[in-house]
Write a protein that binds this ligand. Sequence first.
Ligand SMILES: [Zn+2]
Length: 392
Amino acid sequence: MLDLKSLIKHSLNSKLYYEKFKGVSDFKKLPFLEHDEILQRPLDLLTDKQNVASKIYFSSGTTGKPKTFFFSIEDIENISDLCKRFSILEGVNSSDRVLVVLPMALWPVGELTKLGHIKTGATVIPVDLSSSALKNVNSIINIIKPTIISSTPSVLMEYIKKYDAPHVRIIETTGEKLTGGMRNKIESAFGGVVYDAYGLSEAVIGVECEVHDGYHYWGDYVILEVIDPNTNEEIEEGEVGEIVVTCLKRKLMPIIRYKTGDLGRITKQRCICGLNTPRVFIEERKEFSIQLSAGVSITHSQIRKVFDNIFGETPNSVEILISHKEGIDKLYFKITCETLNDDKYVIQALQNISIDFLDLIRLNLIEIEVSLAKSMKEDIHGSAIKFIDLRT
Ligand SMILES: [Zn+2]
């Protein structure tokens, strides 16, 4: 186990942290770790280049190139202990059968979630989201009759239409934004209570309790700070700002003061459930937004809102490819949906993602193209809405 002081001392074995931290001893004065540093210099973050990682994973790459993450056996062991704590708070026990439907190969969350449940003594059935087993998931469900299902909200929303098995007790969601509407639909289709977990590839952070009022997190695993994203100054408890995370359990590739880009707030007030740990509330995930011209950004939730308001449902999948040519951002929406068939109507609706977005279209700084398809692509990875940034 690492305390903060020994983690910082240990991090100096890495080239990048040595450059950043040398001569600074106060935690609050350590320079922040930025997204691009992890993306471009993953090897320089390693504290031991000889001791090769036991596992290498990649971020889901929701907004562009994936980041590379290295874990030692000890790191995996420690972080899956936190996932076990999540499972226990959700109410998972050794008599449960847990079906985990997540990407198992490249994304760390699937593996860590699986190990966390195993550590509770429950029986765990991992089904990789990209494997052929996914096609047979209904027969797997009927054989093992899971009491718990763990997956992403969008995958569960997709299964709602096909799910034909006894109700489960608990549905664990992770990996993307869970809206209130999604939570209601998932709970009524699967018959259990949804517990949402919050984490990033950089750090597993927190989970809901039975009160479902924010994510509980634990100071022996993570330190969260909230800063003003423009000035980088720490802000008052309860105010919304950018979440900065330090993971106390990653030794091979430490994550210290990482600017997540996620907007949220924290509270240290005791929860109604009786737990006294702090809680974090997330307003917007950076992973689910993308920057366009003139400082305008668009988010998954804005896109979801357009579809919900105008068409009454979110499509099965929306892939947005963003390219840039001669001063114009081109947004190509690849939409898979059973009910939509008029692409001109969809383009018109999408122009209203936001007022700023509409302004950019009127100024000819953005062009939208849409393609509509009926069939579901098989390699769903985490999120039903996905930005693919092709700009260089
Ligand atoms: Zn609570």
